[in-house]
Design a protein around this ligand. Structure first.
Ligand code: 2HA
Ligand code: ZN
Length: 272
């Protein structure tokens, strides 16, 4: 059995949480990540028959039965993951009944997975239906995107359109746009159901006045998605109080989408 501290998936979790913390997206215990792992890879590092603890999921995760995830812990700080992954992360398998998570490694202090576990697992279920290669769900509190929530209409077509106008790459990176949920109580199954419903349509879902969810095939892709949305929100926050002299026009966005052959939300253009 290889040392789990050398597992690429663990290294990715450690480096990504450290990056996100340094970017100011994950203050205190803010944010959470869940990463769907390949069973054969997990077996290189862990005895998958040795269940440490069984933790109730609190909802029906049966579509994910038998699947393995590495997930950030509840109440844990992204700041601390790099130095102490075994306390701040857990590797688990969704049990056959879908209502229990079988802990195989981590949460060393008796902890458990993130309070946003329902939103994560329900989002995985929704994204896997759209794209069987989806593996990562990431939640965080990016500063400028959050600021933008206070001063921009929360209509998802208008919100997406504004972001697309802020950086040339935006329509190429998130052609499916940005879904927006109204403020809701976090940590509940209800916000999980609502997030997963949006994830049927979008890979980025804003939780109004709270933060964002992103989904993708790899850690890099998911991180890059949120990074691009946050960059666009930063340009908006740097310019929205100033006279606007120039902008990327809708016709230019169409040219970009055609050049890069992305299937974009045509109904989110020509809004004026
Ligand atoms: O886990 O970000 O949404 C802390 C949060 C809750
Ligand atoms: Zn949050």
């Amino acid at each position: 059995m290889k040392d789990i501290m050398t597992a690429p998936f663990l290294t990715e979790m450690r480096k990504t949480t450290a990056n996100m913390y340094r970017l100011g997206w994950d203050e205190r215990n803010g944010g959470n990540i869940s990463y769907l792992l390949d069973e054969a890879e997990v077996k290189e590092y862990l005895d998958t028959k040795a269940v440490i603890r069984r933790i109730p999921t609190g909802f029906d995760a049966a579509p994910l039965a038998g699947k393995y995830f590495i997930v950030t812990g509840t109440g844990k700080y992204f700041k601390n993951v790099y130095d102490d992954p075994e306390t701040n992360l857990g590797v688990l398998r969704i049990a056959e009944d879908g209502t229990t998570a079988e802990l195989l490694w981590g949460y060393k202090d008796g902890g458990r997975f993130t309070s946003e576990f329902p939103a994560h697992m329900m989002s995985h279920i929704a994204r896997l239906k759209k794209d069987p290669a989806n593996r990562v769900v990431m939640h965080c509190h990016p500063t400028n995107l959050l600021a933008m929530n206070y001063v921009h209409e929360l209509d998802e077509a208008k919100f997406t359109h504004t972001l697309w106008e802020m950086c040339t790459e935006c329509i190429v990176v998130f052609p499916d746009g940005v879904g927006v949920l109204p403020w809701m109580l976090c940590g509940t199954n209800e916000i999980g159901v609502a997030t997963a419903k949006k994830m049927e349509e979008f890979r980025v879902v804003v939780w109004a006045l709270h933060g964002v969810y992103g989904a993708g095939k790899t850690m890099d892709e998911t991180f890059g998605l949120i990074e691009t949305v946050e960059k666009a929100a930063q340009i908006f926050m740097l310019t929205s109080h100033l006279p606007r002299l120039n902008t990327i026009k809708d016709e230019d966005m169409v040219k970009l989408a055609e050049l890069f052959k992305v299937d974009y939300r045509k109904d989110f253009l020509n809004l004026k």
